[in-house]
Every structure is written in C-alpha cells, then in structure tokens.
Design a protein around this ligand. Structure first.
Ligand code: URA
Length: 240
C-alpha cells in the first residue's frame, strides 16, 4: 500500500474495480467524487498517495498492486477461464475480473488451501523462480502409512517419473495417514508424484503455507487482501 504512484483519478477508480472510467466520469459529474474534501468534476487529474480520494464519502485506498489470499476449495481450477469447471477467480467480486490478476503458481483442481492472487508480475515471477527455493507446506492424507525409510528417501530428494527429480522434501507425520510435507520447488503434481514413487497415493491435499503465509483465518472459499506485513513476508522470501 505504501508504493509511490501518480495516476489519473479515473484510472485509479477503475483499477480498484469500483467502476469503469466512463462511469467514473459520470459519477464525478453527479458530484459523487471528492478530492481532499472538495467535490471534483474532472477525473483526468493525476493524484498521489498523499491525496484523499472519496467516492460517495468512502475513501478509496489505492494500491498499485493487489495481493489476495484465497482458501481454495476443491473443484476450482487455477485458470483465467475454463469451459468445464469454475475458476478461482469466480470466488472474487465480478469487478475484479478485469484487473489483470493471476494466481501465483497453480494448485490442482482438488487441492485446497493457500492460494495467492495478484497483479504484481515481478513478485510472482520471483516467488516461482526455482533458484529462490520458496518453501511451501502441504498436508496430505495418504492411502497407506509412510515409513521412516520413505521419509528418509524424500529427505534425500528422489528420482521421479520421466527422468525428473525432486529436491529434498521434509515429511512429518501427523497421524498414520496424515503427513505434512515441506518442499521448496513448484513442479507440476509434485506432492502426488513424490508419494507415488513411495508406492503410496494422496487422497486429499491441502496447501497450509506458502512462503510463510497461511489461511487458517479463512473458511474454505473465502478470500481477503494480504496485510502489508504479509506482503513484506513474501518480498522477504525472495530477497534473501
Ligand atoms: N502438488 C500436487 O500434487 N498438487 C498440487 O496441487 C500442488 C502440489
């Protein structure tokens, strides 16, 4: 929220998903917009974070980038559009759909839990860069118990299918069929593939943590904006 900006009023209002630029101009003509306490009629004026912009008396807190946390439910895909299944973007207000938002990586359709959505391409890119080794934790319910030998194998890194390998992964038992698994890479179906190599099968999968961000305060399917301190945690995860 503290990023410096110098943007047109109508751009800010539309970028926050409040209304189109045209509707913003109309709202201003109707006296619904104030700038630093005075009604304004023109919406092409550029303002900065020091200005107080209000629509219908409510302050518009503008952030150049949006950072959203969703507790992803099963049955939703991480794609902008899908002909068959609902997308995670359908969990957000409709007027957020044209804000250039995307998911930071993907979760499988049946995986639940921490999913970050943003329009900050640079941060997203860094969070996904293999060299940054951003840590993610998953809770997996498995078909069979996992042995100590299997935990040791995963900890060494393993040969996966099709010549691919996994980096060391830390598995901790919660109970006989539930395991927390910490990984620092984002390969396609990684957790399911690791358990498959261990002759096991993942029955349920939830991401409980992404780079230090959890979503225990959200019901499944709920979303909220990330707090400034959480955005800083994400930024910190890629600048070490
Ligand atoms: N690994 C998987 O197998 N699925 C996910 O959704 C994420 C990681």
């Amino acid at each position: 929220m503290s990023e410096v900006y110098n943007e047109r009023i109508d751009k800010i209002v539309s970028a926050m998903g409040l209304m189109s630029r045209k509707d913003c101009a109309r709202a201003a003509r109707n006296g619904r917009i104030t700038l630093n306490g005075s009604v304004i009629k023109a919406v092409d004026k550029k303002i900065t974070q020091n200005d107080v912009l209000c629509l219908d008396g409510e302050e518009i807190v503008y952030a150049k980038h949006m950072y959203i946390l969703i507790n992803k439910p099963q049955g939703y895909v991480c794609a902008a559009e899908d002909g068959r299944y609902p997308t995670v973007f359908e969990l957000l207000p409709k007027n957020y759909l044209n804000l250039g938002l995307f998911t930071v990586g993907r979760l499988d359709m049946n995986t639940t839990g921490v999913l970050i959505i943003t329009n900050d391409g640079e941060l997203s890119h860094k969070l996904l860069l293999p060299k940054n080794k951003v840590v993610k934790t998953y809770r997996a319910v498995t078909k069979f118990p996992v042995s100590k030998e299997d935990i040791a194998k995963a900890a060494r890194g393993m040969q996966l299918d099709e010549g691919d390998t996994s980096l060391p992964a830390e598995i901790t038992a919660v109970d006989e069929h539930t395991y927390d698994i910490k990984v620092c890479e984002g390969k396609f179906h990684l957790i399911k593939r690791i358990f498959l190599v261990l002759h096991n099968q993942v029955r349920e999968l939830e991401r409980t943590d992404f780079a230090g961000i959890g979503c225990t305060d959200l019901e499944i399917g709920e979303w909220r904006f990330l707090e400034e301190c959480e955005i800083n945690v994400l930024k910190g995860a890629v600048t070490r």
